[in-house]
Every structure is written in C-alpha cells, then in structure tokens.
Unconditional design. Structure first.
Length: 253
C-alpha cells in the first residue's frame, strides 16, 4: 500500500501499459484518474479498478487539448481532493519511414508523444505542488536511445519524439524539483500490447526479437507498470531526472 492516500492522473490509461499502471497503483492504495481519448475504454478500466475494490474515475481527453486535460484534472480533484502523481503514458506510432513520412504524420506523432507530455505536465504539476509534492513518470522507449528497424526503414518521427521525452524528463526534473516533484521516465523495450500493430508472437517476430534480448520472453504491461510504481513511490525518493530501461536487456547489445 505504498500509495495509500495518493491520487494518480494517468494518460492513455484505457489499454496496455496505462491500464496495467492504473490497476497496479490502485492495488497499492492510490485513487486513479483514467484519461483516454476513447471514453468507452476509460470507463471500462475505471470499472475494473472499482470492481477490484479500488477508487477510480474516468475522463475522456486528448493530451493535445488543454481544455479536456483541465476538465479531467477538475474531475480528479472533485472526486479525490487532490492529485499527487502523474503518469504521462499516452502515445502512438505510425509505421512510416523517411521516404513516405508526411508532415501530417510527423506532426501527429510529435504532438501526442512529446507536446502532449508538456501540455499535461504544465496543467497537472501545479496541482501536485499544491498537494505538497509528488512524482511524475513519463513513458519513453528504448528507441529514444537506438533505432530499431526490422526492415529497410525505421520510424524517424517516433525516434525523434521519444528522444525528446528523455530530455524533457531531465528538464522537468530541474524545473519541478523546487516544488518537491520528482520526474523520471521508463523506457520499455518490446512489450506485448498491440501498440505497433504487429503480432509479436509470430515466428518472424520471435526470430527478430530473441537475439536482441538477454531475457528470452516478451515484456508485459505489468512489467512496465511495476517499474512506474517504483519510480513514483517513496522507494525512489532520491531518484529524479533518470530513465529506467524495462527492456529485457535490449540495450545491452
């Protein structure tokens, strides 16, 4: 119960890593605000939390839209009295290389993955400060460090956005430190969430992934949620501005 009495605002929490994080934090005592662009998915996850005995409210919202983020913050404070933790999880990728990448695809990925974290943090951090401080975790990826390409092209816009997340995390740690707010990021490797649209259990995917990891299995959303919970908790009270790889050893090689 490391989060008893705490309130977590989680973006993109209607599925995948966000959903697993909501369930993990609620299971350790936190009340959770489930923000997702898909209102139905947000309601479903909030229901899962409450069915398990936790406290949750859902809010529809796009991390690029200040009005919906502000409304979600109001929902959280009205329901639970404060917000103490933030998980900037919302993100997306389109599978386009440089030669076919359009301005619209570049802008979409950069706006959701990077600008969205700025917008949400700028809105939510003052509420965390008013609550006496807390912690923020941003979702990055191993592709903030390296390019992963299984074919002739990679996804340059995705790499650029997540490389930005790594440095934004450091900048926010500096900016928010005086408010008693720690800021860190987690960098997942290959996690079986359906995020990329590929079947990670196929023989082709297995042949590509296995030689590149030390731990010979796919990562799960729960693996990442555990790392997020650690960085948000007081167990990490002397850690800020860092990026924690949750990648099965992908960055070893």
């Amino acid at each position: 119960m490391r989060f008893d009495g705490k309130v977590a605002f989680i973006t993109g929490a209607g599925h995948g890593i966000g959903r697993a994080t909501a369930l993990r934090l609620a299971g350790e005592g936190a009340a959770v605000l489930i923000l997702d662009v898909d209102a139905g998915r947000a309601e479903t996850v909030a229901g899962e939390v409450t069915d398990a005995g936790g406290r949750a409210v859902a809010a529809p919202g796009d991390v690029r839209d200040r009005s919906t983020v502000t409304a979600a913050l109001t929902t959280a404070v009205d329901a639970f009295g404060s917000v103490t933790h933030l998980v900037n999880n919302a993100g997306l990728v389109t599978m386009h290389g440089l030669d076919e990448l359009t301005d619209e695809q570049w802008d979409l990925v950069m706006d959701v993955n990077l600008k969205g974290m700025f917008v949400v943090t700028q809105i939510v951090a003052p509420a965390i400060a008013r609550a006496g401080g807390g912690a923020v975790v941003n979702l990055s990826t191993v592709e903030s460090e390296i390019v992963v390409a299984s074919g002739p092209h990679c996804q340059p816009h995705y790499n650029a956005s997540k490389g930005g997340v790594k440095m934004l995390t450091k900048a926010l740690a500096h900016e928010l430190g005086p408010m008693n707010i720690r800021v860190n990021s987690v960098a997942p490797g290959v996690i079986d969430t359906g995020f990329s649209g590929a079947d990670l259990t196929s023989p082709e995917a297995t042949a590509f992934i296995r030689p590149r990891q030390v731990i010979e299995r796919l990562g799960t959303p729960e693996d990442v949620a555990a790392a997020i919970a650690f960085l948000l908790s007081d167990d990490a009270s002397f850690i800020t501005g860092t990026q924690l790889g949750v990648d099965g050893g992908w960055l070893v090689y």
